[in-house]
Design a protein. Structure first.
Length: 212
């Protein structure tokens, strides 16, 4: 919801700036915001249940479908910040037996972190790339931001630890990992060169189980 509000605030600033408004672009932006708000609203019930119940009904979900919905929420903001977003997929569709809310929490956090850190760097090309491998049951999420400080690496999944200072609560990655582990999945920092896609932060999400 915070990103939707940011988009609305940005749109208001555009409207009151006095510059000529492109009506078609305005309508497109409003539709994007409305779509984002509708999606967030439809997920609120699941989000409210995240911390009160571990017995939500799980189903087989195409991970890319939830990912694309989250991208829609961030679409205008990514465009404004000139951040390129790329999805690559190989093999069969990546399927996770979980809830939409778990994937939503995961992707919202990863996007929030990447966008925040990409805003901190001065570079002409900013990029977020997600690679899905259905056969391996893995998803790689990467950006070309400043990356994670080596001193922070041992603690990034700990509660209340954040490299953002006052701008961070230090709960996002902790919650994402806890929810994934509840489903017998995992999220790890990609540290091997062969696992890293871009030069910044790189994460591996495993949607397979040892018994699979």
């Amino acid at each position: 919801m915070s990103k939707v509000l940011i988009n609305i605030d940005s749109l208001i600033k555009d409207l009151v700036s006095g510059d000529k408004i492109d009506i078609n672009q305005l309508l497109s932006n409003l539709q994007s915001i409305r779509g984002g708000m509708g999606f967030v609203e439809s997920q609120l019930k699941d989000i409210q249940l995240l911390f009160t119940s571990s017995k939500q009904r799980r189903r087989n979900i195409k991970v890319i479908e939830v990912l694309e919905k989250v991208v829609k929420i961030y679409e205008r903001f990514l465009k404004k910040e000139s951040i390129e977003f790329v999805i690559k997929s190989s093999g069969s569709p990546l399927i996770a037996k979980t809830t939409d809310a778990v994937l939503l929490q995961l992707f919202l956090n990863l996007f929030d972190n990447s966008v925040y850190w990409l805003q901190q760097v001065n570079k002409s090309e900013k990029k977020i790339e997600v690679s899905l491998n259905g056969k391996a049951g893995q998803l790689f999420f990467s950006d070309n931001g400043p990356g994670i400080d080596k001193d922070d690496v041992p603690y990034i999944f700990e509660p209340f630890y954040s490299g953002k200072g006052e701008d961070g609560r230090g709960l996002g990655l902790y919650i994402a990992r806890q929810l994934l582990e509840r489903n017998e999945y995992s999220i790890e920092l990609a540290e091997l060169k062969s696992e890293r896609i871009l030069s910044g932060a790189n994460f591996i999400i495993n949607f397979f189980k040892d018994s699979d």
